[in-house]
Every structure is written in structure tokens, then in C-alpha cells.
Design a binder for this molecule. Structure first.
Ligand code: ZN
Length: 295
């Protein structure tokens, strides 16, 4: 495995040059990008909206709450509606997402993400250039699942947040599968019951087409905030694409944890730093596209 080379500023310059001369940019974005945007699952953001759940159930952060065995459906949906509201609907669009989407406009690009917070769509990414593999807070599915479809939840989540009392939603608001009547769950991949709906498969196909179209050309593989927990979706495929394409540039931006195989060291730029700062700098150094705040 190879280590990082060059200063932060030199790395930004190198990536900017690679993007300017590239035929295409493939972005792979993980949880670290939303962390860099300030959307922390613990600390003040958690305390502000979930102190009651912390006091009663001992839940210490938003991630852990997703796995808590709540006593009933009304309580579980009080948790989830608040979780979804805070992270999908009520929060702002993060600056690093805005910077990234603006610098991609006008270029040939595709975004592959494991994030479920809908930030790319809200930042204005072209939806035909996005594949969100792990689901979306804004969608519901049957838990079985008895059919492969997802359902928008905004109106229902708004009501559940508004009408919940003492950490319970009214029973009539608990979402039920329109076909089998089971209590629905968020469309988030945690096991093999995850629903891959028609839109998911269309996006997968577009991603595969993009990869095939650029497997031998000058392409930048821009990996942002992808940790070591689920490397099989973004990190390993990006390593493989770089190793099979000498004209590819592989960029990895991650806080406190950068690693790449030594076989692709000459094509690799490792940036151990803040993805928000990196994208702000990078956007400032790229010409063309929509690179002004007024855009
Ligand atoms: Zn069902």
C-alpha cells in the first residue's frame, strides 16, 4: 500500500489538472462527505432533536437509534420520522455537495453514492447521472418485501413529526404496506430485504454504461469520504478500474484514513483531509462550468 504525496495545495492542483484534461469524472461518495458537510449523527445535532430518546432508551447517536428494538411501531416511527425529517427534509443542502455539483456541470460525469440523505438530488445533480445504491430516507418499502416498489414519505413524515406525543405517533399514521398491510420500513439497505425498485435498476444500468464507456479513456475516479466499512461498493471497484486503465487518475479524499494499492501509486492522489475544504479549493481552481456562487 502506498502513502500520500505532496501538500494539500499540490494535491488540489494535481486533481484540478486531471479533471480539466479528463474525458469524464466518476464520483464515489460515502458518509464522510455528509460528515464534512456538518451533518453529524452525534453531538449537538443529536442532542437538539433526540434528547428524550437518549434519556428514556439510552440511545447515544442517530446511527445507533436505527437499530434500537423499540417497544412498538408507534415509538419506532416517532424515532424514524424525526430521523428522516432532520436528515432528509429539514436540513440545508451541504456546501461540499453544492461545490461538487457546480464543478461537475458541463462535464461528462456520474455519481455513485452510498449516502441515503438525498443531498445530491437537492444540490441539483442530474438524476440520470446518479446511482444511490443503499436507498433513500425519503422512501418507504414493505418489510417482507411482498413487492418491489418504494413510496415517497414526505407528507406522512411531516404529519408523524407534527403529531407525535411522548415519543409515539398516532397509530393511524403508522405506515402500512398497501398490498399486505405489514408496517413499512425506510428503504435503506441493511440486509437482503432491501427493495431495489425500477428506478434503482435503471440507475444501476446507467452506472454500468458509464463505466463501460470510460474504461479505457482519460477518467478521474474521485472518491470522497468513503471509509473502510463497505469498500466493495466504491473503493474496491475504483481501485480495479484504476489498475485496468493507465489513463485513469484515482483520487481519494478522506479524513484520517487514506489507503491505496501500491500498484496504482503513480495514478493515485491521496488527500488526508477535509472533503469540504478540498472541494471548495478544487472548485475555485477549475475553469469553465458553473464555478461562481452566482451560478
Ligand atoms: Zn407488503
Amino acid at each position: 500500500m502506498s502513502g500520500s504525496t505532496g501538500s494539500f495545495s499540490e494535491s488540489v492542483d494535481r486533481v484540478a489538472r486531471a479533471i480539466e484534461r479528463a474525458d469524464a469524472v466518476l464520483v464515489g461518495a460515502g458518509a464522510g462527505l455528509s460528515t464534512a458537510a456538518g451533518f453529524h449523527y452525534s453531538g449537538p445535532r443529536f442532542e437538539k432533536d433526540f434528547a428524550d430518546f437518549r434519556d428514556r432508551f439510552g440511545i447515544t447517536d442517530m446511527y445507533a437509534g436505527g437499530f434500537y428494538p423499540f417497544p412498538d411501531d408507534e415509538t419506532r416511527w416517532a424515532w424514524w420520522s424525526r430521523m428522516i425529517w432532520v436528515n432528509r427534509y429539514a436540513c440545508p443542502v451541504g456546501r461540499p455537495y453544492q461545490d461538487l455539483v457546480r464543478m461537475l456541470r458541463g462535464r461528462e460525469y456520474f455519481v455513485l453514492t452510498t449516502n441515503v440523505d438525498h443531498q445530491f438530488q437537492r444540490a441539483g445533480v442530474d438524476r440520470s447521472r446518479l446511482f444511490y445504491t443503499q436507498g433513500d430516507y425519503g422512501l418507504l418499502q414493505c418489510p417482507e418485501p411482498c413487492h418491489q416498489a418504494t413510496y415517497d414519505n414526505e407528507d406522512l413524515v411531516r404529519l408523524m413529526v407534527r403529531d407525535q406525543r411522548d415519543m409515539r405517533v398516532p397509530s393511524e399514521l403508522v405506515p402500512r404496506c398497501p398490498r399486505c398491510g405489514r408496517v413499512m420500513v425506510p428503504n435503506l439497505r441493511c440486509d437482503d430485504t432491501f427493495v431495489e425498485d425500477e428506478g434503482w435498476h435503471v440507475a444501476l444500468g446507467r452506472y454500468q454504461d458509464f463505466v463501460a464507456a470510460h474504461e479505457s479513456g482519460s477518467v478521474v475516479l474521485l472518491e470522497l469520504g468513503v471509509g473502510a466499512n463497505t469498500p466493495v461498493i466504491i473503493k474496491y471497484p475504483f481501485w480495479r478500474m484504476a489498475s485496468q486503465n493507465p489513463k485513469a487518475t484515482y483520487v481519494q479524499v478522506n479524513m484520517g484514513e487514506t489507503i491505496a494499492p501500491s500498484a496504482i501509486a503513480d495514478q493515485t492522489v491521496l488527500v488526508d483531509g477535509d472533503a469540504a475544504e478540498f472541494l471548495r479549493e478544487l472548485r475555485g481552481r477549475l475553469s469553465g462550468g458553473e464555478n461562481t456562487d452566482a451560478a
